[in-house]
Ligand binder design. Structure first.
Ligand SMILES: Nc1ncnc2c1ncn2[C@@H]1O[C@H](COP(=O)(O)OP(=O)(O)OP(=O)(O)O)[C@@H](O)[C@H]1O
Length: 351
């Protein structure tokens, strides 16, 4: 869908020192966001992850002007959201599509009727709705009603509706949280395709790290209204700093299972004399060697892969292997040095 040229020099969203307090007579003041700063560049798929109540939805609502804020600044396409005239606020929302967990479709309207809702003129609806439906793969369902569709199809309708005014920014608030894993994957794939084809910037709110891993390039982790960690997705997954981030990352990998196996004294992780149980992980993107066969050959070791979990994130392998090494102690030590020099994360689990 055609869109005005986007100035890629101006951040899509720039938030500085944002603080939002909910004031309530009954329950007193509740600080939902405290000193939040983050910058979303045009073309980013920026994941914002946090537990329930962390402040994610409040943050999105500040970005699209649904919620005011107490201090700090929220700029969308270079313009401060607070204090926008109603007309400018309407324009901001038109240029900023939004999708939600529960789709928010009108049950009394057909698929085509829902998608065409944001479009003012009949001619716009006639020309654009079929193209929008085509974009989300629902061209055959135009005359159906939401109740006749699966959850994934309903979210596709909502995505088409969010794109009706050719926004350059899409805000996604837990858009896959009500969907099963397979449907989640297909919706995330669709968002990625739309990003690649339309160049749309996506701000994606979620509580699932696997969602971030699948499509985001940047991530901010939010905890009780503050950002505890941010960075490129690969770096944060490879080397999480905050304990909350570490616990999110651990939900996406089975490598921690080895600790249970050790505790249960599983035969899988029992060692003979001269053996070592090792976890090897990718911590940088610059690894392209056949490491397992190299250390086996150079140091005359048997390397038994017990299990592994490697995914491709931002175009580079991420994750690792749990292996049992058998060989002479000095040879094993040499192999560990070899791996360290090549920036492989190593953790001796048992020896
Ligand atoms: N309208 C409101 N009035 C008072 N407090 C609110 C209001 N909306 C949210 N809060 C509080 O602000 C905090 C942040 O809420 P928010 O909905 O932004 O979190 P969230 O991370 O999106 O959580 P969830 O995933 O459960 O929706 C919570 O403690 C919540 O109770």
């Amino acid at each position: 869908m055609e869109r005005e040229h986007v100035d890629t020099r101006i951040p899509a969203v720039e938030i500085s020192h944002l603080t939002k307090i909910y004031h309530s007579d009954d329950e007193g003041n509740k600080t939902a966001l405290s000193d939040i700063s983050l910058t979303v560049q045009p073309g980013d798929i920026y994941g914002i992850i946090g537990l329930s109540g962390a402040g994610k939805s409040t943050l999105v609502r500040c970005i699209n002007g649904l919620e005011g804020y107490d201090s700090g600044s929220v700029k969308v396409r270079g313009r401060e959201v607070k204090g926008l005239a109603p007309r400018d606020l309407r324009a901001l929302r038109q240029e900023t599509g939004m999708i939600f967990q529960h789709f928010n479709l009108m049950p009394s309207r057909t698929v085509a009727g829902n998608v065409g809702l944001p479009l003012r003129s009949r001619s716009d609806r006639r020309s654009r709705v079929p193209r929008l439906l085509d974009l989300v793969g629902l061209e055959d369902l135009a005359d159906r009603y939401p109740s006749e569709l699966s959850g994934g199809q309903q979210q596709r309708v909502a995505i088409a509706r969010a794109l009706a005014n050719s926004p350059d920014i899409l805000l996604s608030d837990e858009a896959t949280s009500a969907l099963d894993p397979t449907t989640t994957k297909s919706i995330l794939q669709l968002l990625r395709d739309l990003h690649d084809r339309l160049g749309i910037t996506i701000v994606l709110i979620t509580h699932e790290m696997s969602v971030v891993r699948q499509i985001c390039n940047k991530i901010a982790v939010i905890d009780h209204g503050t950002i505890v960690e941010r960075g490129r997705v690969f770096d944060v997954f490879a080397n999480p700093q905050a304990s909350l981030t570490r616990s999110f990352v651990s939900t996406t990998s089975n490598l921690d299972k080895v600790n249970d196996l050790i505790q249960q004294d599983s035969p899988l992780v029992r060692l003979e004399p001269g053996q070592m149980l090792l976890r090897m992980s990718y911590v940088t993107k610059e690894v392209s060697e056949a490491l397992v066969s190299r250390i086996s050959r150079i140091y005359d070791l048997d390397v038994n892969i017990i299990f592994g979990d490697i995914d491709v994130v931002e175009g580079a392998p991420l994750g690792g292997l749990v292996v049992r090494l058998s060989g002479r102690a000095d040879q094993i030590a040499g192999a560990l040095d070899y791996l360290r020099e090549r920036h492989i994360g190593i953790e001796v689990l048992k020896s």
